[in-house]
Design a protein around this ligand. Structure first.
Ligand code: HEC
Ligand code: HEC
Ligand code: HEC
Ligand code: HEC
Ligand code: HEC
Length: 197
């Protein structure tokens, strides 16, 4: 059979096919990385709550400070969640007729915490401390996004190990002097035992 393409054209065609295949593979990998970074980490996904609480209404619209409901955030590892009493302080008076608030009344009667679902919980082997980060001057929005604009609470960041480390590495170069001055070793923020027990 006569040769359809010259040797040179044949070589080019093969090269083009190979490059095309490589490009497809790269696109698939990029797509995977994209979903891995957001969807797989639950970024943007709300959890079902006992009461459809809205930060947009309370922190945004009514302008309540974050600490009004997450009172322990400056002092302890955990930010803390509001008790039924905190909500009913207003809701015994406003909107008190709705059946929506039954879970709050039950919690108050039984003197139990409200069973809020978490979208942020880290695995048990990781140690995180709110007070340490707030003392270092970080605001809630750095890690939680614009919560005051959220009708349903979602994660704004992956909270993956890579995400923590990205900031911890920058912190060391930026504030190196300060940490040495405070008597803390420079490598401490990226050392495994700093975050893992
Ligand atoms: C009126 C009380 C109230 C105020 C004010 C408030 N929150 Fe909340 N917050 C809640 C409740 C209730 C939940 C649990 C229900 C939910 O996740 O929507 C919650 C959940 C959260 C969560 C998710 C917790 C988890 O375990 O996933 C974050 C993060 C958060 N709040 C941050 C903030 C920030 C930042 C502010 C200030 C801009 C703020 N909150 C103001 C009541 C409040
Ligand atoms: C400072 C008073 C105050 C506190 C504290 C408060 N609320 Fe409210 N809440 C209001 C007011 C006022 C409205 C009505 C807002 C509107 O209609 O724009 C409202 C509306 C609501 C609604 C219905 C409106 C909607 O779209 O979300 C729910 C549900 C609710 N609050 C739950 C809670 C829960 C749960 C807590 C405790 C974590 C809480 N509230 C704490 C004042 C308060
Ligand atoms: C450096 C990042 C960072 C900053 C700044 C930060 N948070 Fe958090 N927050 C987290 C992480 C990570 C978790 C999950 C902690 C866990 O599961 O141990 C969390 C969990 C929470 C929770 C749910 C669990 C709990 O601890 O009670 C609330 C509520 C919360 N944050 C509110 C706030 C508020 C309000 C502020 C600002 C005053 C704030 N956070 C600032 C990273 C941060
Ligand atoms: C935006 C920057 C930032 C992010 C994101 C961040 N950190 Fe930090 N972290 C800091 C800074 C700054 C300090 C130093 C605080 C100080 O002055 O001791 C710190 C200190 C710490 C410490 C040591 C302080 C202590 O005694 O508790 C732990 C543990 C820690 N971070 C865990 C985490 C974990 C786990 C994550 C991710 C879930 C995380 N951090 C995400 C900035 C960050
Ligand atoms: C700045 C905080 C931080 C430091 C430092 C850190 N880790 Fe992590 N690590 C995390 C967080 C947060 C997670 C949980 C991520 C998630 O939700 O799955 C994690 C998860 C892990 C996991 C579980 C992986 C998985 O897929 O669940 C292993 C294993 C681990 N880390 C090992 C290490 C080792 C080894 C080092 C030291 C070289 C280290 N980590 C340093 C924050 C940290």
């Amino acid at each position: 059979m006569a040769q359809l393409f010259s040797a040179e054209a044949d070589r080019r065609l093969r090269l083009a096919l190979a490059l095309g295949a490589a490009a497809l593979l790269l696109a698939a990998m990029a797509g995977f990385a994209y979903f891995r970074s957001d969807r797989a980490w639950g970024v943007g996904a709300a959890a079902p709550q006992p009461i459809p609480f809205s930060h947009a209404v309370h922190a945004g619209g009514l302008g309540l400070d974050c600490r009004f409901c997450h009172a322990a955030v400056e002092r302890t590892a955990e930010a803390g969640m509001p008790t039924a009493e905190t909500c009913l302080g207003c809701h015994d008076r406003v909107w008190n007729v709705t059946a929506q608030f039954a879970p709050l009344r039950t919690a108050r009667e039984l003197d139990q915490p409200v069973a809020w679902a978490s979208v942020h919980r880290l695995p048990d082997h990781v140690r995180f401390d709110h007070a340490a980060h707030l003392t270092a001057g970080l605001g809630c929005a750095t890690c939680h996004g614009d919560v005051a604009a959220m009708p349903r609470t979602v994660k704004a960041e992956t909270l993956s190990m890579g995400w923590c480390l990205d900031c911890h590495r920058q912190t060391q170069t930026r504030d190196a002097g300060r940490f040495r001055h405070a008597g803390i070793e420079l490598s401490s923020l990226t050392r495994c035992s700093t975050c893992h027990r």
